[in-house]
Structures are given as structure tokens and as C-alpha cells.
Write a protein that binds this ligand. Sequence first.
Ligand SMILES: Cc1cc2nc3c(=O)[nH]c(=O)nc-3n(C[C@H](O)[C@H](O)[C@H](O)COP(=O)(O)OP(=O)(O)OC[C@H]3O[C@@H](n4cnc5c(N)ncnc54)[C@H](O)[C@@H]3O)c2cc1C
Length: 488
Amino acid sequence: MALMTPDQYEDSLKKRNPRVFMNGNKVESILENKNTRTVVEANKASYAWALDPKYKDIMTVFSPLVGEVVNRYTYLSASIDDLVKKAQAGTFTSEMLGTCIYRCVGYDALHSLASTTWEMDRDLGTEYYPRFIEFLKTVQKKDLSIAGALTEPRGRRNQKTLEWPDPYFSLKVVDKKKEGIVVRGAKINISGAYACHELVVLPQSAHSKEEGDYAIAFAIPPDTKGITFVCQYTPFSAERELSEDIEELGNPLFGQRETSMVIFEDVFVPWEKVFHCGETPYSAKLVTRFARTHRMTCGGTCKVGFMNQIIGAARLIQEYKGLEKTPHINEQLAEMVVLRETGRACGLAAAQKGVEEPPGSGVFLPDELMGNVAKLNICNAFWRVMALAGDIGGGLVVTMPSLKELKNPEVKGYIEEFYSFGSDEPTENILKVHKALQHWTAGLHGVGTWHGAGPVMAQKIMLQRIVNYDHEKELVKRTLNLKEKKKK
Ligand SMILES: Cc1cc2nc3c(=O)[nH]c(=O)nc-3n(C[C@H](O)[C@H](O)[C@H](O)COP(=O)(O)OP(=O)(O)OC[C@H]3O[C@@H](n4cnc5c(N)ncnc54)[C@H](O)[C@@H]3O)c2cc1C
């Protein structure tokens, strides 16, 4: 079976040495640094579930490509059923982790690459698809973790790529050799990339024929010469660094969502791992196919799992406080459930209405309209769920003391007495659940949910492209028996 164990995954990282910086310091080991470790733990969990009989249906699938059972996060959807399972896996992994499944962006990028390399070969006679399939076979057989990098620093948003003062605001080909290409520039906000085996890179800013050097897609190991990661650093990073006991953090093992900037300084990519180079009309296809797949994931699947964590914490606090029969709290919880289920419905609808794209390619992508609707819907729904949870949680969500006070003999008694709500629940549990809600409602997840997979305007623009309103206009014309236009 082509499945790695969690320990094998950890060992595989020991053999690699990516160049990583955080908070002004070099990260000597991503396995040991307390913040980068959360990404390693999340990925390890994805390997453990695939081997667990309880979760194998959701986390594994038979791949005809390699004739073996593979981790779902390496698999290409070849049917609507696969897309539905993909959606379900997104919810499962996120509710179990309470953070990103860092293999997801890469998983979605694989779908976009398969579909678009197939189409480029058909239309242009290129040979990208067989190359990509060889790469995918290796990914599946070796059960590799793939991260996905699309977002670029970019210059002023009201200027075109070639008008930016720095040509490397977008990742650019600077040399083409017999053996491969050399790229320079950067990608930003990339989830968990230093802990992957292969970073799959898609273009973002190539549109016109003149922007051909920016029209690139490829795969590369994160410890390749010339690649540097500069990690995010937030109050949550500092808190984790300072904590002696991860149990006192809002999400002990898996943390908040970890990203980094990825800098490429004249990085060599061999041709066998280049999947797009210069064919500008197909750059936009790579982006939109990635976006519709990733928007189903971010909008209709993983935030459903996150909401489960938030709802669970709010419900526990309701019980601690003796508010089980309080109508407005029950209504708030019901509203949260409705928002969660609306998100889930959008994700499942995007999967159920999925199509083979392009026809004949064998690659199934979620419905474009529903993928975008799923993401748009969840942007607002997620803030609302956080607001409702904040109301139920009360001020303690943001005013709570450290759990360390429970080990401080001078203060322990006060904490146990005055933060017990008069319940028989251990005060430690009460504080931990409040800390979890602090992690959600006062953490990085609001803005993260809004921008991950693109800000709302990106989805609104896509909707305006997809919907032409002909059907709706025809209905009104027919219902009202409207006359033909006057002849001029
Ligand atoms: C937690 C998290 C994880 C992420 N993980 C990944 C990842 O793994 N891989 C990856 O590739 N990306 C990732 N992203 C990046 C994400 O896709 C981008 O953040 C998102 O597309 C928004 O881009 P931006 O951050 O540059 O914001 P901007 O694009 O600068 O958006 C800010 C505002 O400017 C507006 N705006 C931007 N451009 C224009 C324009 N041309 N005209 C008019 N208005 C404009 C936007 O609508 C928005 O209102 C992640 C982001 C987050 C927050």
C-alpha cells in the first residue's frame, strides 16, 4: 500500500533542510520549532487517519493510476462521487484538526494542473500532461505531502504586471536552459509549505502575451537551493513559544494557521517538473480551475469543520453556565447550525454539480458557480458564527487568566472558586474551552477565512462572469408575455 506512516513522514522531513526564518531568527529544525511543529503535527495526523480503519473510507481511495490505495490528498477526482468524498474529507480533516489541513491547497492545485495540462497538450501539442502524470504517480506511490503556491506579492493593484517597478513582484522565468528553467520572485501567504515534500507552484499575474515569463507552473522540493521561507509571526506564535505546556493554548497540538512567504532566488526547476511555461492564455485557466476547486474546499467544507469546533465550545459553555433552557442562547446555537449547514450544502452542491473539465480529460472539478457561492457565503457566515459564540462565551473569552494560575498556590483557590460558574466541572476544563473560543473568535481565523481562496470581490467578479441572466430574463418575458423589441 502506498501509504506512509506518521513516523515515516516525520523521518522524511529529517532528511530535508529547508531554509526557514521566523521572528528574526533562523529556524534550525521545523520539527523542533514550536510553531512550525504544529504544521508537522497536522500533516502527521493526515497520515495516521489514512491508516486508521475508522477513517480509511474518507482518507483513502483506490487509484487506478498506480493500482494501489492512496491517501485521498494525493488523488485526482474522476467522478462526482470522488468530489463528494473530497468535500467530506475537507470537513472531516478540519473538524479533527481545528486548523488547516496543509495538504489541501496542493490537492486542489493538482486538479487544476491535471485539467489544464491535458487541455494545453490537446490544443497546443505540448507534452505537459504526461509529465504531470509521471509526477502525480510519484506523489501517490510515495504518499507525498503537497503544498500549493499561487499568491504573489504583486505591485500596485491598479497597474498591470509589466508596469510594476520590480519585475519580481510576480514569480518570473529568468533563464531557460536545456535541462530546465530558472525562476526568481516570491509567493506569499503559503500554508504550511516548509513541511511539504513538494511545493506545487501556479501562476497568478500572467494575462497578456507579453507576460509570458510569468506564465509558469511547476513542482519543487522545499529545500531546493535558492528557496527561503519567511514565516508569519503573530501574538499566537509568541504565546506558543513562551508556553511550557501546550495544554494551555487554544488548540494545543495543531495551533493557529501557519503560513510563510516563499522566496525563489534563481531557483532551477528541471523540465520534467515544469507543467506550464509561457502559454499565457492557459495561466488564467490554471488560476480559475484552482479557484473553483479551492473555493468549494475553503467555503463549503473546511469552515464547516471549524464551525463544529466553535459550536461545540459554545454549547459546553452554555451547559457550564446553566443556560441550557435559555431561549435566546438556544436560538443562537440553532442559527449557528443553520449557517454551518448552509455552508455544507453549498460545498456538497458544488461537488454534486461537478463536471469533467474539459470533457474527455477525466478530471472532475466542482461546479464553478456553486464553488464561488460556497466561498462567498462562508465569508459572512463565519464572522456571524464567531459573533454568536462570543456572545455565549461572555467576556471571559477575552479576559481569562492564564491556565498557569491553576498551578500557582497563591491564586489557584480564587480561580477555582470564581471561574467555576457554581458547576461541578473542573475549572481547568472551563478555562480550556474559553481559551479555545479565544483562539477562534479573537484569533487569525476571521481574516484568514475571508482571504483564504481569495477575497469576496474575487468571487463576486467570477459570479458576474458566469451568470449572464438570459434564463432569468426569458422567464419574465414569458410570464408577462412581453413584446419583441421595436424595429429601428
Ligand atoms: C490563512 C491564509 C492561508 C493562505 N494560504 C495560501 C496558500 O496556501 N497558497 C496560496 O497561494 N495562497 C494562500 N493564501 C493567499 C490568499 O489566497 C490571498 O490572501 C488572497 O487571494 C488575497 O490576496 P492578498 O492577501 O494579496 O490581498 P489583496 O489581493 O491585496 O486584497 C486586499 C483588498 O484589495 C482588493 N483588491 C486586490 N486586487 C485588486 C484589484 N486588482 N482591483 C481592485 N481591488 C483589488 C481585494 O478585493 C481586497 O478587498 C492564504 C491566505 C490566508 C489568509
